[in-house]
Design a protein around this ligand. Sequence first.
Ligand SMILES: CC(C)=CCC/C(C)=C/CC/C(C)=C/COP(=O)(O)OP(=O)(O)O
Length: 308
Amino acid sequence: MVFCLQSSLPPLIMHVPNRRFISVPHVSSPPLLINRPLRATQQHQHLLVPEEEQELKCINAALIENDSLPLGLRRESLPRHVALIMDGNRRWARLRGLPVGSGYEAGVKSLRTIVELCCKWGIRVLTIFAFSTDNWFRPEVEVEFLMSLFERGLKEEMESFLRENIRISVIGDISKLPKSLEESVINLEEATKNNSRFQLIVAVSYSGQYDLVQACQRIAMKVKDGLIELDDVNESLIEKELETNCTEFPYPDLLIRTSGELRISNFMLWQLAYSELFFAQSLWPDFGEAEFIEALRSFQRRRRRYGG
Ligand SMILES: CC(C)=CCC/C(C)=C/CC/C(C)=C/COP(=O)(O)OP(=O)(O)O
């Protein structure tokens, strides 16, 4: 960032709330400490040539936008869509000699933290792998516990979803869920469908293969009914039939998996085609703000090439 201030001006040091200092070089007299970037514009704009004034305005706008972001994160290159495999809840509980359910309950706390941070920092979509089609094979008591945890969790948060302008969408075969949970899901999706600040997509009874199969079935049905031709089947049609058609941003920019496992485990197989992957060592209940920042910083250091 280079400014060419005319004449001999006091050095301009912009102090932004997250304690970064941006100094404007080649000026002599005592530094002028300015608390907010906007004040820098107001005080100095008469000293700038128009192009410099414009540039200062842009930089100030970016600084104000970045206000709520931790040091080192840039808003313009944050992921819009983050996908999460929240692994390691049971191991977390066992390591502490606690019942498995405590691990899942601790996992819900981590989830709340990450949802709050996404809202605060302007990440638009978070998809969580809450329950895979394979998780039905877990011990019955564990499955029942998880189902009641989902129902309780979603109901308890209903008010905050509405207050915070959060949209909830669920992907997966919800017909397999207990009836009361299925109804809660339908109600929650309906009640929040016009919310636009942030979208939480909960994948339950979901797998990437399930999603592709249901998309193929819907497409095959349309061909059979004569609504489309075989030649109409292409990437964009498949995208429209996948369950992630509930979001404006179906392709996660970043996938985070916790607990040190290096697998995709049948998550969003189509949608993760060009996602950046981040594997955290922490077990999911230990994954908090610091770990999330580390994942986002790693993401911001990547150069995405999409095969090009
Ligand atoms: C309300 C709501 C949507 C809550 C989400 C609750 C939550 C944290 C679900 C995770 C479920 C799950 C099957 C995780 C997989 O790892 P594991 O915990 O089985 O871990 P392990 O690898 O240690 O066995």
